[in-house]
Design a binder for this molecule. Structure first.
Ligand SMILES: Nc1ncnc2c1ncn2[C@@H]1O[C@H](COP(=O)(O)OP(=O)(O)OP(=O)(O)O)[C@@H](O)[C@H]1O
Ligand SMILES: [Mg+2]
Length: 332
């Protein structure tokens, strides 16, 4: 449904998007994940024909963004970083206005406005001036305008930015409920958002794609090894951590043992083992056989956050500080 090939955007002083390529199948919901300044918004602007690419190509439902922008625009709904609402209009009035712009017939218009108001939970503010509404409502009106013409593809730039936790959950549920009928690409730098909402994830950093995979595969791929946290205690006497470490290293399947910390009589280790062998049973037996107590044994699964940091080699918050403020849209 969305095909991107070697898409590139160069500004005078930097390359915001650098030869990125990916494919998104129909009905999928894909997270476009990256730290601030990674190039998410720039990519979305090119996909929505807001801005021409410097090089490369992108097609939406088979239509090229450069050659057939009108066909592309008919098939996409776009929620930009800042919702494109007119504060001086009333909610219903604004949605009718957008519907007309998008070419809905008179007969369809009121039905679609009813439908999106209901779907995006803005029916109760239909008669209200948008300037009087909270950020959460504006964001939902932004979503309502994106789906008013029932597009095949939805491109949502940080759809939950600035919402409170309850609104975030409602918006996520709404987006999930739209998948299937629509192909959705949503950008975010919030990892739980991707874990909770998306099936696939595209991670970009400094304008380049660093990973495209399912959330599940990515977690497995980032660490092709099993990692276990082991807490060992001495029965009566203090433990000799070095001795425990030596014993653990002897267990078959163990690749590496890192000593993490000592808390009173307990020592904590992180043990890496090969993925194809479950080492936990052997570890437990070895510890007990040596006369020590096994206080804890748990898997140290890598979170998507760790994977993200590993792949981008940067912390989202610190990356934000490096960006030029000029790149931001007003109000963000
Ligand atoms: N109009 C512009 N002129 C020059 N550089 C720009 C312009 N817009 C964006 N950039 C630069 O392009 C890069 C990518 O910016 P972009 O807004 O696409 O990032 P983003 O991933 O959407 O970040 P955020 O999470 O902060 O929204 C940044 O380095 C930014 O400074
Ligand atoms: Mg952005």
């Amino acid at each position: 449904m969305i095909t991107v090939k070697e898409l590139t955007k160069r500004y005078a002083r930097n390359t915001a998007v650098d030869h990125i390529s990916f494919n998104i199948e129909k009905g999928q919901i894909v997270g476009f994940l990256g730290p601030n300044g990674a190039g998410k918004t720039t990519t979305m602007r090119m996909l929505t024909c807001f801005m021409p690419p410097t090089a490369g190509s992108a097609t939406i439902a088979g239509f090229d963004v450069l050659e057939e922008p009108m066909e592309v625009k008919k098939r996409i709904g776009y929620l930009p970083e800042t919702p494109p609402v007119y504060p001086e209009m009333r909610t219903g009035e604004y949605l009718e206005f957008v519907g007309r712009l998008k070419g809905l017939s008179k007969a369809d218009l009121s039905k679609r406005v009813d439908y999106v108001c209901e779907r995006c939970s803005v029916a109760d503010v239909r008669q209200k001036l948008i300037s009087k509404l909270s950020k959460g409502y504006r964001q939902r009106i932004g979503l309502a305008q994106a789906i008013i013409h029932n597009p095949d593809v939805l491109i949502l730039d940080e759809p939950t930015a600035g919402l409170d936790p309850k609104q975030i959950n409602e918006t996520r549920d709404l987006i999930k409920s739209l998948a299937g009928d629509h192909t959705i690409i949503l950008s975010t730098h919030i990892l739980p958002e991707v874990e909770q909402t998306c099936e696939q994830v595209i991670i970009i950093n400094k304008g380049k794609v660093v990973a495209t995979d399912s959330v599940h595969n990515l977690q497995n791929r980032a660490r092709g090894i099993e990692s276990v946290i082991v807490e060992v205690a001495g029965r009566n006497a203090d433990l000799d951590a070095a001795e425990v470490q030596a014993q653990l290293e002897k267990v078959s399947g163990v690749i590496k043992v890192h000593f993490k910390e000592k808390r009173q009589t307990r020592s904590i280790f992180e043990v890496e083992g090969s993925n194809d062998r479950l080492i936990r049973g052997d570890l437990a037996r070895a510890i007990v056989a040596a006369g020590w107590d096994l206080n804890e044994l748990r898997s140290s699964a890598m979170s998507l956050e760790e994977i993200f940091l590993q792949l981008t080699g940067d912390h989202p918050a610190t990356a934000a500080a490096k960006e030029e403020p000029a790149a931001k849209e007003p109000g963000k």
